[in-house]
Design a protein around this ligand. Structure first.
Ligand SMILES: [Fe+2]
Length: 145
């Protein structure tokens, strides 16, 4: 996890200032390594999630709209309820705003799951590999990013 500098959103933007998992916990971000999808189901059920979908973010799958889509996922936003994001394959970055208003960049790859708390500003992007296959789970909203 690194704090973010300016430039192409898919580059690592490693500021050299790392934060440890305790820092994420303080922000309310929960991380789990979940090797099997059934583990995601267990977490979602225990937290009363109602909705889920899967999305493949790649030029191969999305074609001409890929660049536009990746830019749209990178718009800073927040939700009124928590959300689960689980990487089924590929990788990607979730950026979350810290208390000091810095961006904290979290790189997730296959088997990584995060739960973003309600009200935290965040955004998503693929990394330089340009492939993210993710399961998105929201408690109430049908879709989300
Ligand atoms: Fe979101």
């Amino acid at each position: 996890m690194t704090k973010l500098l300016q430039g192409d959103q898919r580059q690592p933007h490693d500021s050299g200032r790392s934060v440890d998992p305790d820092y994420l916990q303080k922000l309310g971000v929960i991380y789990h390594s979940v090797p099997e999808v059934s583990g995601v189901d267990s977490i979602a059920t225990s937290r009363n999630y109602k909705n889920r979908d899967e999305i493949t973010v790649s030029p191969e799958k999305m074609g001409d709209i890929y660049e536009e889509k990746v830019k749209s996922f990178f718009h800073e936003h927040l939700h009124e309820d928590e959300e689960i994001r689980y990487i089924l394959d590929g990788a990607g970055y979730f950026d979350v705003r810290s208390e000091g208003d810095d961006w904290v960049r979290i790189w997730l790859e296959k088997g990584d799951l995060i739960i973003l708390p309600p009200g935290i500003y965040h955004r998503f992007t693929t990394d330089e590999q340009n492939v993210s296959i993710a399961r998105r789970q929201n408690r109430y909203a049908k879709r989300g990013c």
